[in-house]
Design a protein around this ligand. Structure first.
Ligand SMILES: CC(C)(COP(=O)(O)OP(=O)(O)OC[C@H]1O[C@@H](n2cnc3c(N)ncnc32)[C@H](O)[C@@H]1OP(=O)(O)O)[C@@H](O)C(=O)NCCC(=O)NCCS
Length: 205
């Protein structure tokens, strides 16, 4: 494996359809809904340098892109995907780091957020300094929440007036001093909690 992670530019536009297919197929396999994006939308992100692409030679193996909401006060790192053959080797973590650094560079004052049900994303974002928050702390930009329409749990979100759902909200606030020491927090607090979790006694034979 000889994977290189690039900040995308127009020379990578030819991968747009393949990226859409990979995101779609991965969501299908996971059984989750997604904010479906067209190849044109992904091309725009690539051309604007608001995406990160991982290639093994010329084979597409990973991707993520940047979206902005609420007049660029909020940024989301979306569409994170790693090719199934390249998973569990730390590649998503490297892509996340790169797209996070790019987001900080392009939008230094913006809050960076995500909503997820995935443990992998929770772990990676926590290491970067994200904190769990209620949806009230996230963007109220309709464009973002419209992206949830493709999710199988959208009825739950609607029923709760967009205040809560099955996803956890995660937020990186550049003005929060605690966010500046993310890895210490993650290593000392989050990881030990995850690693020392014992099986539920109720289910013990
Ligand atoms: C989620 C995904 C991007 C992870 O990619 P990956 O390259 O395998 O992830 P990494 O190897 O970098 O692992 C990063 C961390 O997540 C953990 N992790 C990875 N996959 C996991 C899984 N399925 N369940 C729980 N934890 C997982 C790893 O153990 C690692 O944690 P650590 O730092 O404590 O060791 C990949 O499985 C994928 O593309 N899935 C389909 C698309 C998707 O779900 N995207 C996220 C949308 S919210």
């Amino acid at each position: 494996m000889n994977v290189e992670i690039h900040i995308a530019n127009s020379s990578f536009v030819s991968y747009s359809q393949e990226i859409c297919d990979l995101i779609y197929e991965s969501a299908q396999a996971r059984g989750t809904g997604i904010a479906k994006r067209s190849a044109e939308y992904i091309s725009e992100k690539i051309e604007a340098g608001k995406a990160v692409i991982a290639l093994d030679g010329d084979k597409l193996v990973g991707f993520s892109y940047i979206e902005t909401f609420s007049h660029q006060r909020f940024v989301a790192n979306s569409g994170l995907v790693v090719h199934p053959d390249y998973r569990n080797q730390g590649l998503a973590k490297k892509i996340k780091r790169k797209i996070f650094d790019l987001s900080r560079k392009l939008y230094p004052n913006a809050k960076i957020f995500s909503i997820t049900t995935g443990l992998a994303v929770m772990k990676m974002n926590t290491e970067l300094g994200f904190k769990p928050v209620t949806f009230s702390e996230l963007t109220d930009d309709e464009e973002f929440w419209n992206g949830c329409k493709g999710c199988r749990n959208y009825d739950i979100l609607q029923r709760n007036s967009f205040k809560m759902c099955l996803c956890t909200g995660l937020l990186y606030d550049p003005k929060d001093p605690a966010a500046q020491k993310p890895s210490t927090f993650a290593k000392k607090v989050v990881k030990p909690v995850i690693k020392t979790r014992k099986p539920n006694k109720l289910y013990k034979k």
